[in-house]
Design a protein around this ligand. Structure first.
Ligand SMILES: CSC[C@@H](O)[C@@H](O)C(=O)COP(=O)(O)O
Length: 367
């Protein structure tokens, strides 16, 4: 995707050949700043402070964090420590552990003298694979948009999304946004309702920024507007990303996703979830019981960052002074409320059978 017309990814190795560069997403959309990660600790901080966020990008940053650790010390102990420190940064997105397990398996089998090059190569591969995975998710999801467009006689297909499951959450394309970008590139008229996604405003700040950069028509709405728009027939379908999906099809995603799924079910609006294989946690069944839900600082609820017109970026208090705030980062949408999954291997039902129809090797591994 592009920023100011320049093709970009969200993470890359710097000109020095070893530092890792990211777009500092805490500054978007007010400022575009690139930050350099020079140590494993820098990578861990970037994930926990959400300079990088979104399940696939968290995984990719952790992979590069392991590479940075190998640069300082390629011993077994250093590898173990990197996996432990990076693995503790955020609890919900399983892509983090998927990437760390992958790095551990790849490096653990090699001698310490080979680990540095191997780590950078594998981290780069994880990024390249994610780009292709997201492109394929888009190609499959495009079928849904094409079918809806045929019924609309030239009017735009209205799509509602929550949080940012766009290219900024991945390496390129995004998951939920990839079908939208591919439809737009194909000339299918689309319009996106962008949930602002309090408290951190990933919708208003990041999804709207991305869509604007690509020229995709969109409108930012407050988080509570989706139900009203669905009742009025102004949403043709919803598509969101996920941070962890269980083997039975329960979906953890940004807080508020569940309420959108409920409203969609009540109004007969299809509700799809786009996901790469790395977001499926085959070890879990019951999402509500088993998926760890991140709780962040209440300050994210009681304060908000914004830009003074023509001026600097400031943080202002928006709540009654002294009132406590709870800040649950994610919720779980039960599989029964999900119309279907859009994966790199195609579309399927949100169920164990649906997932196994696309990933039959998982059934063989389990038996
Ligand atoms: C393709 S990203 C899917 C999810 O990671 C995304 O929808 C989301 O909830 C991101 O949450 P965040 O807290 O910004 O990391």
């Amino acid at each position: 995707m592009r920023i100011d017309g320049r093709p970009m990814r969200t993470i890359w190795v710097g000109a020095d050949g070893w530092s890792v560069e990211i777009i500092d997403q805490t500054k978007l959309p007010h400022l575009f700043e690139v930050a350099a990660l020079r140590s494993m600790e820098d990578a861990a901080r970037a994930i926990s402070h959400m300079a990088v966020r979104g399940a696939p990008l968290i995984g990719a940053t952790a992979a590069y964090g392991v590479a940075l650790a190998m640069r300082e010390d390629a011993s077994d102990a250093s590898l173990e420590r990197a996996v432990a420190v990076l693995g503790a940064t955020r609890p919900t997105a399983v892509n983090l552990h998927w990437a760390l397990n992958d790095m551990k398996a790849c490096l653990g089998a090699a001698s310490p003298s080979d680990r540095l090059d191997l780590a950078y190569d594998r981290a780069a591969q994880i990024c390249d694979e994610d780009v292709e995975t997201c492109r394929l998710i888009g190609a499959h999801g495009l079928e849904i948009i094409r079918a809806l467009a045929e019924k609309k006689d030239g009017a735009p297909v209205n799509i509602l999304t929550h949080c940012n499951a766009g290219w900024l959450a991945c390496i390129d394309w995004g998951t939920a946004t990839s079908p939208i970008y591919q439809a737009h590139h194909e000339g299918i008229p689309v319009h996106v309702w962008v949930d602002e996604t309090r408290p951190r405003n990933q919708g208003a700040f990041l999804t709207a920024f991305e869509l604007g950069q690509e020229g995709v028509p969109h409108t930012i709405i407050v988080d509570n507007a989706g139900g009203h728009l669905m009742q009025k027939g102004k949403v043709d379908f919803c598509i969101v990303g996920t941070d962890r999906t269980t083997a039975s099809g329960d979906v953890a995603n940004k807080i508020g996703t569940y309420l959108k799924a409920l409203a969609a079910a009540d109004n007969g609006v299809p509700f799809y979830v786009a996901l790469p294989h790395s977001t499926i946690d085959w070890s879990l069944e019951d999402g509500l019981r088993d998926i760890p839900i991140e709780e962040r600082d209440g300050r994210e609820v009681t304060a908000m960052a914004g830009r003074i017109p023509g001026g600097e970026v400031v943080e202002v208090d928006i709540a009654a002074p002294g009132s406590p705030a709870a800040n649950y980062g994610f919720d779980v949408t039960p599989a029964r409320l999900v119309s279907g999954f859009v994966t790199e291997r195609g579309l399927c039902d949100a169920s164990r059978e649906g997932l196994l129809s696309l990933y039959p090797e998982r059934a063989r591994e389990a038996s």
